[in-house]
Write a new protein. Structure first.
Length: 119
């Protein structure tokens, strides 16, 4: 099982980044996918989640702090989950992690990608 995040980096306040999480080694289309983040000295927190695709329909959920600025999406064909981040703020600075969870049982974590929002 592998979850490989990419797309992080340094961006100025108000800027945008697109994170990707490439999955392999498990049935991606049947797993719930979630982005978490952890800032220095803080607990890991949920950023956004997306449910299993059924008949091309999905359901998404966002932390209040990112609603209207971040968008989560997934592609079964590419086995990738994305996090589009706009209007970034310094408080969005964190390591962002991808998490894959089946309906029952434990999930898998990626290694994380650093996002730094600073002028």
């Amino acid at each position: 099982v592998q979850l490989v995040e990419s797309g992080g980096g340094l961006v100025q306040p108000g800027g945008s980044l697109r994170l990707s999480c490439a999955a392999s080694g498990f049935p991606f289309s049947s797993y719930f996918m979630t982005w978490y983040r952890q800032a220095p000295g803080k607990e890991r927190e949920l950023v956004a989640s997306i449910t299993i695709i059924r008949s091309a329909a999905t359901s998404t959920n966002y932390a209040d702090s990112v609603k209207g600025r971040f968008t989560i999406s997934r592609g079964n064909a590419t086995k990738t989950v994305y996090l589009e981040m706009n209007s970034l703020k310094p408080e969005d600075t964190a390591v962002y992690y991808c998490y894959a969870r089946p309906t029952l049982g434990p999930g898998y974590w990626g290694q994380g990608t650093q996002v730094t929002v600073s002028s």
